[in-house]
Write a protein that binds this ligand. Structure first.
Ligand code: ADE
Length: 227
């Protein structure tokens, strides 16, 4: 999978070189390229934003700069993801769908966001025909300083679903059972007793049927508490 992210803060993406995602890049499963939006400016101040038409607080990112950055990337089959707190909520199902894409482009807005004509322009039928799909996505019901951290969240959740990225693909099968509305059950490892708290007896029983039943119940209990 090819992933492009456009940002005015490329350094935000340093953690993408670590752990599973770093390894996935080393093994050629993921090709991640970070683009500095300011490199597409042509004025002395490298301006990327201006005041909003109609007035109001904050600044809006200039469509021309975004057009310069996006045009060379959106040439064929691609998902353009515009990060905004006003977007559709990112879910595990969305991560599964995006993990089947061959090319993701993350547009990381800052300030009051990107001029809406950028979304409109790349949603037009000529881009749709070329295989461009535009999504506005939010990672949660809160406002971040920009789309960089939100992109990292999405990239991590999506890339671990690409076949070969996870060391142990069985953990994905277990998860898919859990994503039927249950959160995961609690886990325990050695020692059998820690600071007076023992591992639940059933997990030591070797009875796989009983263990599965217990875990399902625990996951249901957790799910009840979570919502
Ligand atoms: N930009 C600012 N807040 C955001 C959020 N919650 N999700 C995605 N992008 C954002």
């Amino acid at each position: 999978m090819k992933i492009d992210a456009i940002t005015i803060f490329p350094e935000y993406f340093a953690p993408a070189q670590l752990s599973l995602l770093g390894k996935a890049q080393g093994r050629g499963l993921v090709e991640l390229q970070i683009h500095d939006l300011r490199s597409f400016t042509s004025d002395n101040h490298n301006t990327v934003d201006d005041t909003p038409y109609g007035g109001g607080a904050g600044m809006v990112m200039l469509p021309e700069i975004w057009g310069q950055a996006l045009d060379p990337l959106l040439i064929s089959d691609s998902d353009l993801i515009i990060l905004t707190p006003a977007g559709s909520r990112f879910t595990q199902k969305m991560a599964e769908d995006f993990s089947k894409s061959s090319h993701l482009v993350f547009a990381c807005g800052r300030y009051e966001g990107i001029d809406d004509r950028v979304r409109q322009y790349y949603s037009q039928s000529q881009f749709a025909k070329a295989g461009v799909r535009v999504h506005e996505v939010s990672v949660g019901d809160y406002v971040l300083g920009g789309g960089e951290v939100a992109s990292l969240v999405m990239i991590e959740a999506i890339t671990r679903l690409i076949p070969g990225v996870l060391g142990n693909p069985e953990s994905l099968t277990e998860e898919s059972h859990n994503s039927d509305g249950y959160l995961e059950y609690p886990n325990f490892t050695k020692p059998q007793e820690w600071r007076g708290i023992s591992v639940p007896e059933v997990l030591l029983s070797g009875n796989h049927g009983e263990i599965a039943k217990w875990r399902k119940l625990q996951a249901q209990e957790r799910a009840k508490k979570a919502f």
